[in-house]
Write a protein that binds this ligand. Structure first.
Ligand code: PEP
Ligand code: MN
Length: 338
């Protein structure tokens, strides 16, 4: 931690700050410059609350130099994490596409969409059976029967499954049907759910919360990792900003930032970020160019009749176009898409 002191600090204030830092367990190194004096506080205390120093008289700024997340950090593990789901590897050179409807609506619906998803070369079928809807009056998902339909459709077309788990009580049930658990944006800081998923045997894709900083997001990943599940991938799906012309603001910069700080794979979801299908393809292209390890998109054979998120679901033709385009972009950056 670096503590920058006020220019007109008194000797007494300086002594008091040093004493506090030592009492907190840090070794203190002082560097006196012409303009400003800086203290280096050395000691590994990942969860130290820097406000305890910020509040002291004579302190101008406090910067933390070690990250509060450990198991998720690049300094803890240099190599990229690769998550193996049977014959599919997430986090390797291949960029994995996860596609499907927002919600599983019926067996006919998920079968029709699974066929499209498989034909495109995508590897993972998405679809919610338990839906976190903003309104309690909106379609809430088909529950277990939806999970059964999703699994059946995925198996028929040799796809893997990702579906959302909303609460601890659903983990066991969903684990029977899914290959990857999805934690939705609204649950990113549901720490008790994350802890339980840390004990589960399937990989977890953790979506970024609506108002979460990258650090908050990585700290949430830390909850899963520290409970024993090392197969965690992150998903950027847009954050809330003052902008109203898009559903959320797609923070593409999060992709290289997370890659620098963490070894975990990053998936990008332009559907939930943009909220309108006409803007999904350009941002899927951009996400691949930015280095995403996977793309999640919503696609529907009849999006105008979808029970949730229809306006952002791609028509099958658009989805095939997107796949063609992102394959070319992947090649430019030395990666590939099936
Ligand atoms: C979803 O994937 O359908 C979903 C609800 O996503 P998010 O949690 O990102 O809103
Ligand atoms: Mn959706």
């Amino acid at each position: 931690m670096v503590v920058v002191l006020e220019k007109n600090i008194t000797e007494k204030q300086l002594e008091n700050i040093i004493k506090h830092l030592e009492d907190f367990g840090f070794a203190v190194h002082k560097s006196t410059g012409v303009e400003q004096t800086i203290l280096g506080a050395i000691g590994v205390q990942p969860n130290f609350d820097t406000r305890k120093v910020q509040i002291l008289e004579g302190v101008a700024e406090v910067y933390r130099i070690t990250e509060p997340f450990k198991l998720a950090s690049r300094s803890f593990k240099k190599e990229n994490t690769e998550i193996i789901v049977d014959d599919t590897k997430i986090g390797g050179n291949e960029i994995i596409v996860m596609a499907g409807p927002c919600s599983v609506e019926s067996e006919e619906q998920i079968m029709a969409i699974a066929e499209i998803v498989a034909a495109s070369g995508a590897k993972i079928l998405r679809g919610g059976a338990f839906k976190p809807r903003t309104s309690p009056y909106s379609f809430q998902g088909l529950g277990e029967s939806g999970l059964k339909m999703l699994r059946k459709a995925a198996d028929k077309f040799k796809l893997k499954v990702i579906t959302e788990v909303m609460e601890i009580g659903q983990i066991k049930l969903i684990e029977e049907y899914t290959d990857v658990f999805q934690v939705g944006a609204r649950n990113m800081q549901n720490f008790s759910l994350l802890k339980e998923l840390g004990k589960a045997n399937k990989p977890v894709m953790l979506k970024r919360g609506l108002a979460a900083t990258i650090e908050d997001w990585l700290m949430s990943a830390e909850y899963i990792l520290s409970n024993g599940n090392v197969n965690v991938m992150l998903c950027e799906r847009g954050i809330r900003t003052f902008e109203t012309y898009t559903r959320n603001t797609f923070d593409l910069s999060a992709i290289p930032v997370v890659h620098k700080r963490s070894h975990l794979p990053v998936i990008a979801d332009p559907s939930h970020a943009l909220g309108m299908r006409d803007k999904v393809i350009p941002m899927a292209r951009a996400a691949v160019a930015a280095g995403a390890d996977g793309i999640m998109v919503e696609v529907h054979h009849d999006p105008e009749k979808a029970l949730s998120d229809g306006p952002q679901a791609l028509f099958p033709g658009q989805f095939f176009d997107m796949m063609k385009q992102i394959r070319l972009i992947a090649e430019v950056i030395g990666r590939k898409i099936n």
